[in-house]
Design a protein around this ligand. Sequence first.
Ligand code: ADP
Length: 343
Amino acid sequence: GFASRYFTKKSLKEEYEFDSRTPYYDELMFGYETREEAIKKLPQIDRKFLIVKESIGSGNFGEVFFGEYGGHTVAVKTLAKAAANIRTYQDSFITEALCMSTFKHDNIITLIGVSFDVKPAYLVLEFMDGSDLRLFLMEARPTATNPCPFDMTVADFLKLTIDIANGCSVLEKFGYVHRDIAARNVLLTSRGPDRVAKIADFGLARGLNEANYYRVSNCRRTCFAIRWVAPEALLDGIFTTKTDIWAFGVLIWEIFCFGLTPYSSMGLDDVVTFVASGGRLEQTLSIPSNIYFLMMHCWNTSQDKRPNFSTILKILSDFMTDEDILKFPIHENFIKGCCTLSY
Ligand code: ADP
């Protein structure tokens, strides 16, 4: 099925335009510290008190394990031996730790600590029991036999977008770009009605310079998830908060389309041409018009015309009291309009 296809290594490669020749980026600074100074200050894990249990998933650089640390359930992200020898991977792994330790917020995954001195290197994270958002959305898809899995309401879907926008607005405030905002990079605390969404996967995140942008030194050589990246960033490698806004628009689309793949009928090259010439993701029947309007706003060709995360939060909280949106028959409409699409 789709789920198993998506989670194989092969499809991950297809998702990202990977190139192992990516140059080492040494221009990274964290606040006023150098990278080396910041790494030394990361909270350290004492492996004596860490129990690593079964594998729960595999990431780009290594496996993720279920574990226990000082009586708490944790997730242990490892840097595989093969990946540890590739500088880009090692850098992303460390960058992820540095970024996560910078933000302490309910909608951003908490870093409990790191252990880099013994191999394999570990990142110890708060454990998220609800899987990633994309998988959850696919399982929340209505079918003839199960018309409303998890009893999801429009308010529940909106709450997910608000959680993520809250996390993003912290990055915006601190002058960071995530660069990989997508449903697969959001994790849920649980699957039940009290689920909280948190932003994960900070391997591509960067601090912005004084001019509020981050420039990729050789954009043809860097890995991007093409379907989520704003056209100007693909063209010149310049990332700003407004490129995260674009990706956030695609993420709202994923949420209201129950985890469908954006532009699924197109190959990556076609997506680039389509978006650059003004093409946009379609309004499926399951997307209320006001919400589609917000997405289109995030996909304005001109970055300046895209909203920022604080404006998005205001709009989304207004939606939370809008009866027309709350009563929108998202499940029925999905069945009517999207279930025949093979993606
Ligand atoms: P990568 O950044 O290399 O893609 P991820 O962070 O996406 O790796 O982790 C891969 C998988 O491991 C996720 O899809 C998820 O299933 C699981 N995982 C990662 N972090 C956690 C966590 N904190 N709690 C529970 N599961 C996690």
